[in-house]
Design a protein around this ligand. Structure first.
Ligand SMILES: [Cu+2]
Length: 289
C-alpha cells in the first residue's frame, strides 16, 4: 500500500511539474501552446506567486482524491455481500462525524491563508516605477502613459495578411504596450462603455475595466519578451477583437520608445475616439463572423 501510494505521488509530482512549466512557448514569450496544460510559464513575480498557490492547491486536491479513491476501493472490497453477509446497523459515530467536519475546515483554512496573501499581493503596487492607464473600449484597447509624457494610443489586432512570421493570429497587435524589464508597473483600469477585462496570463495580471471606476493592479516582467493576453470578459460582438500584446524591453530601449511615442501619439485627453474610427472598416469586413 505504501509503495503504491509512493508511486502515485511520484507520478503526480511529475504531472505537477509539467503543469507548472507548461509546454511549448520558449522563454520570453507568453502565449497559449497547442496541447498546453496548466498555467502559462511565469514571466514575473506575480505569476510566480500564482504558480506557487496553484501547486499547493493541486497537491491538496491530489491527496484528497487519492484518499477518497482508496477509501471507496476498500469499502467496496471489504464490505461486499459475500465477505460481509450480515451488515452492521451502526448509524452514528461521534468521533468520525467530528473528524469529517473538522478536517475539511482545517483544509479550507490551509488554502485560505495563502489565498488571501496572494490577493493582497496582486492588489496594489508599492513604489511603482511607472503607471499605465488601461481603458477597455468596444472593441479595442486604449493605453496612456501619464508618467512619461502623457501620450495615449489605441491597440488593435493585426489582420491575418499583416502577420509577420512568429506573430500569433488574433493575439498580435498593431501597437503593443511597451514596458521596461524589471520595472514595477502600476496598472489603472477603467472602461469606456461596458465591462472589459485586462488579462495577460504570463504576467499574472487580470483586472476588470469598469465604466465609471478606476481599479488598480500591477505587474512586473523579469525578462525581456512578448507576452500576449486578451480581454476575458465577454463584452459584445467583437469581444475577440481585443487581444493584448505586452512588449518588455530593457530600460534604454523603453526610453527610446517613449521619446518617439511622445511625437507619434496624441496627448491623452480622456476623450473617447469617435465610433466611426473605432475599427477600420476594411479590417472589420475582412474578419470572420
Ligand atoms: Cu472587451
Amino acid at each position: 500500500m505504501r509503495l503504491a501510494l509512493a508511486g502515485l505521488f511520484g507520478a503526480s509530482s511529475l504531472i505537477g511539474t509539467a503543469l507548472a512549466q507548461g509546454s511549448g512557448p520558449e522563454a520570453g514569450v507568453g502565449q497559449p501552446a497547442p496541447w498546453g496544460l496548466g498555467l502559462q510559464p511565469a514571466a514575473g513575480p506575480v505569476k510566480e506567486a500564482i504558480h506557487d498557490f496553484n501547486t499547493l492547491v493541486l497537491w491538496i486536491i491530489i491527496a484528497i482524491t487519492a484518499f477518497v479513491l482508496v477509501l471507496l476501493a476498500y469499502v467496496v472490497f471489504r464490505f461486499r455481500e459475500s465477505a460481509n453477509p450480515t451488515p452492521s446497523r451502526t448509524s452514528h459515530n461521534t468521533i468520525i462525524e467530528i473528524a469529517w467536519t473538522v478536517v475539511p475546515v482545517l483544509i479550507l483554512v490551509v488554502i485560505a491563508i495563502p489565498s488571501f496573501r496572494l490577493i493582497y499581493y496582486e492588489d496594489r503596487a508599492h513604489d511603482a516605477d511607472l503607471t499605465i492607464n488601461v481603458q477597455g473600449r468596444q472593441w479595442y484597447w486604449h493605453y496612456a502613459y501619464p508618467d512619461n509624457g502623457n501620450f495615449a494610443f489605441d491597440s488593435r489586432p493585426l489582420a491575418d495578411e499583416e502577420l509577420k512570421p512568429g506573430q500569433p493570429r488574433n493575439l498580435a497587435v498593431d501597437e503593443p504596450l511597451v514596458i521596461p524589464v524589471g520595472a514595477t508597473v502600476r496598472v489603472l483600469t477603467t472602461g469606456q462603455d461596458v465591462i472589459h477585462s485586462f488579462f495577460v496570463p504570463s504576467l499574472g495580471v487580470q483586472k476588470y475595466t469598469i465604466p465609471g471606476r478606476t481599479l488598480e493592479t500591477w505587474f512586473k516582467a523579469d525578462r525581456p519578451g512578448t507576452f500576449y493576453g486578451q480581454c476575458n470578459q465577454i463584452c459584445g460582438t467583437n469581444h475577440w477583437f481585443m487581444p493584448i500584446q505586452v512588449h518588455a524591453v530593457p530600460q534604454a530601449e523603453f526610453e527610446a520608445w517613449v521619446a518617439q511615442a511622445k511625437t507619434k501619439y496624441a496627448q491623452a485627453d480622456g476623450a473617447p475616439a469617435p465610433l466611426a474610427t473605432a475599427a477600420p472598416a476594411q479590417q472589420l469586413a475582412a474578419l470572420p463572423r
